[in-house]
Design a protein. Structure first.
Length: 185
């Protein structure tokens, strides 16, 4: 059975409606999944590199789940990658632990989709912003299998209750698209 590792790079899931809900939905509806919430483990502590590398070794599919912060991945996720994806593990001499694994990026944005949609396009294109991660996948021998995104999950002119309901609905739809995508891999 395929093992999916979902690494949450959100820096504060306690103050997230969308990312927290996506993770909860995946955890309860996706078989053979392991969810790692980096904020709960490593915000103020050193990263347990050996443990994180073991998680990656067991995974067939790696999903990086994060909100887009200033057109980039959160610093906590960047730190995790820098410390865990090391020479001799993910690349370089003997570094083939990620080779053949599938990498799927799953991101949310607070701003509406139109801020990320190129002129003339129907939908946002996050490929240029995520090119570094796409390149990292190729460098480590991973197979990049795409980006799943949902925009507009924090900015709203609605009342707080309406806003929360809309965000939760978008998060549930996002999680279901991820489940469908992972199941098809």
């Amino acid at each position: 059975m395929t093992h999916t590792l979902i690494v949450s790079g959100h820096t504060d899931l306690n103050n997230s409606a969308a990312n927290r809900r996506i993770l909860d939905h995946l955890e309860s509806h996706l078989p053979n999944v392991e969810v790692v919430r980096l904020d709960a483990l490593y915000t103020h502590k050193p990263i347990d590199v050996a443990s994180e590398q073991d998680r990656l070794r067991r995974a067939d599919i790696v999903v990086l789940q994060f909100p887009l912060f200033w057109f980039n991945i959160p610093s906590l996720l960047q730190r995790w990658m820098e410390e865990v994806w090391t020479h001799g593990f993910s690349h370089g001499t003997g570094g083939d632990a990620l080779k053949g694994k599938k990498l799927l990026l799953s991101l949310t944005t607070g701003a509406p989709a139109q801020f990320f949609t190129p002129e003339g396009a129907d939908a946002p294109d996050f490929t240029p912003l995520m090119q570094g991660l796409i390149n990292a996948a190729g460098f480590t021998g991973m197979e990049f299998v795409g980006i799943e995104s949902t925009s507009g999950v924090s900015y709203s002119l609605r009342t707080e209750a309406e806003q929360l309901a809309a965000i939760e609905a978008k998060a549930d739809e996002h999680a279901q698209r991820l489940i469908d995508r992972i199941s098809a891999l």
